[in-house]
Ligand binder design. Structure first.
Ligand code: SF4
Length: 428
């Protein structure tokens, strides 16, 4: 690690670390750990981290008036600035009890939160983004004055990625894969939502009335040529920072319906091209969504093959409800018997395969009938889960009383044989 300091005429004292190295393996911590290789610049009041392409990744306040030392802004590859809060209650009845993580991502766009934190009305927090502009201007000046020659390469990389360029890169990513990823599987929390997206199919089998993320397209697989082209484009796009990537998301809303051949082809090709590898004892993560229909149709050969891949695979299934009335209310064209059957299959797959974890989503909301809550409680109470798997409860987007859902969530969690967490709808 190289570190030097410099002074500017504007009295901004910078500590520049050209390359730092955090732990390779992702572990969950109360304090934001930096994984892999990155660069860091500290001013008196803020810490800025950059990826190996020189793109800004995170900003954290260092002054005592910053809300909490573990809180920070993180910029996603989709160019969203997400504020990570620890919430207003720490410990095991705080954020971690319903997110499974030590922080809550506060999204700068409408979603389905159970807990809204108005971070944007805190001038100290918003000052971080102003400080980023100031830092950018100062680096510009430093370069023109020939200051700090050892950091010249880093400064060039950062200065080549101003806000306009960062926005353009997010658009370029969408062009490579065909469309923005409108929702990530909840399991991507294990990779802090940092995934390389690869679209293997578009659209989904159903067009559920309640769904806020669906596209108008009918389900259609991509060709292998198209997938190869995406992989080439993605490799170029992520560039030097590929060495830090540890997770692949096969899109879009129902990649499981693309079938064994295309899923395994895509995963294997991506593994090779992106240079994925195990980090200590942690395999790279593979994420995909499945529907009740595609999951029920998936035969043993698919799971056998997935289990042989050099990934740990998460398949997330949208169950939504096991109550017939609720399924028809939300316009989901599956029967409660099919949901029940798929739920049992999930438990069976999780017990049988050590490298596959199937998780499932159910909706929660104020306007849903008691039959929904009661049937869900019965399903979760009597399930026979022995190994892994998680149930995610997804608050309906138009739910007016957000935080009131938490007691209901805790009641379901208490009775469930499987871990239960909240699903925050997050885009890439
Ligand atoms: S809930 Fe899932 S299956 Fe239904 S429309 Fe939305 S993305 Fe498609």
């Amino acid at each position: 690690m190289m570190m030097e300091t410099m002074d500017f005429s504007q009295q901004q004292h910078l500590m520049i670390s050209l390359e730092k190295e955090g732990p390779e393996k992702r572990v969950k911590q109360t304090f934001p750990l930096r994984f892999g290789r990155y660069s860091e610049i500290r001013t008196r009041d803020f810490e800025f981290c950059f990826n190996l392409n020189g793109e800004i990744k995170s900003i954290r306040g260092l002054k005592p008036d910053w809300p909490h030392p573990a809180e920070q802004f993180k910029r996603t590859v989709g160019n969203d600035w997400v504020y990570y809060t620890v919430g207003d209650k720490s410990g095991y009845d705080g954020v971690v009890s319903w997110m499974g993580e030590y922080y809550l991502p506060c999204l700068p766009y409408p979603s389905n939160p159970v807990w809204e934190i108005k971070y944007f009305s805190n001038p100290v927090v918003m000052g971080a983004l102003a400080e980023w502009s100031q830092l950018f201007a100062n680096l510009h000046m430093a370069r023109s004055k020939g200051m700090y020659p050892h950091a010249r390469g880093l400064m060039e990389r950062i200065l080549a990625h101003d806000d306009q360029r960062l926005y353009e890169r997010s658009q370029a990513l969408n062009r490579i894969i065909g469309a923005r990823v409108s929702v990530l599987p909840p399991d991507t929390r294990h990779a802090d939502y940092d995934v390389i997206p690869l679209t293997i199919s578009d659209g989904c089998l159903y067009h559920c009335k309640f769904c806020c993320v669906k596209s108008d397209q009918k389900f259609q697989k991509r060709s292998k040529e198209n997938i190869q082209e995406q992989i080439t484009g993605l490799k170029h796009h992520f560039g030097a920072d590929l060495v830090n990537c540890h997770a692949l998301f096969l899109g879009n809303h129902d990649a499981l319906a693309a079938g064994e051949d295309l899923i395994c082809f895509s995963a294997e090709e991506a593994y090779r091209a992106f240079g994925f590898r195990p980090r200590m004892d942690q395999k790279p993560f593979l994420y995909l969504f499945g529907s009740v229909g595609s999951f029920l149709r998936s035969g043993p050969a698919l799971f056998e093959r997935l289990n042989q891949l050099p990934f740990y695979t998460y398949i997330n299934i949208g169950f939504e409800s096991v109550d017939p009335g609720t399924l028809s209310l939300i316009g989901k064209p599956v029967t409660s018997q099919e949901v029940q059957e798929a739920f049992e299959k999930m438990i069976g797959i999780n017990a049988a395969f050590d490298r596959i974890e199937v998780t499932g989503n159910f909706i929660v909301g104020d306007h849903l009938s008691p039959d929904h809550d009661n049937s869900l409680a019965r399903l979760l109470t009597h399930s026979d889960a022995k190994t892994k798997g998680v149930i995610y409860l997804s608050p309906l987007k138009d739910n007016p009383k957000k935080r009131e859902l938490l007691p209901r969530f805790y009641a379901i969690k208490k009775e469930s044989c499987l871990p239960v967490l909240v699903y925050l709808i997050q885009r890439l």
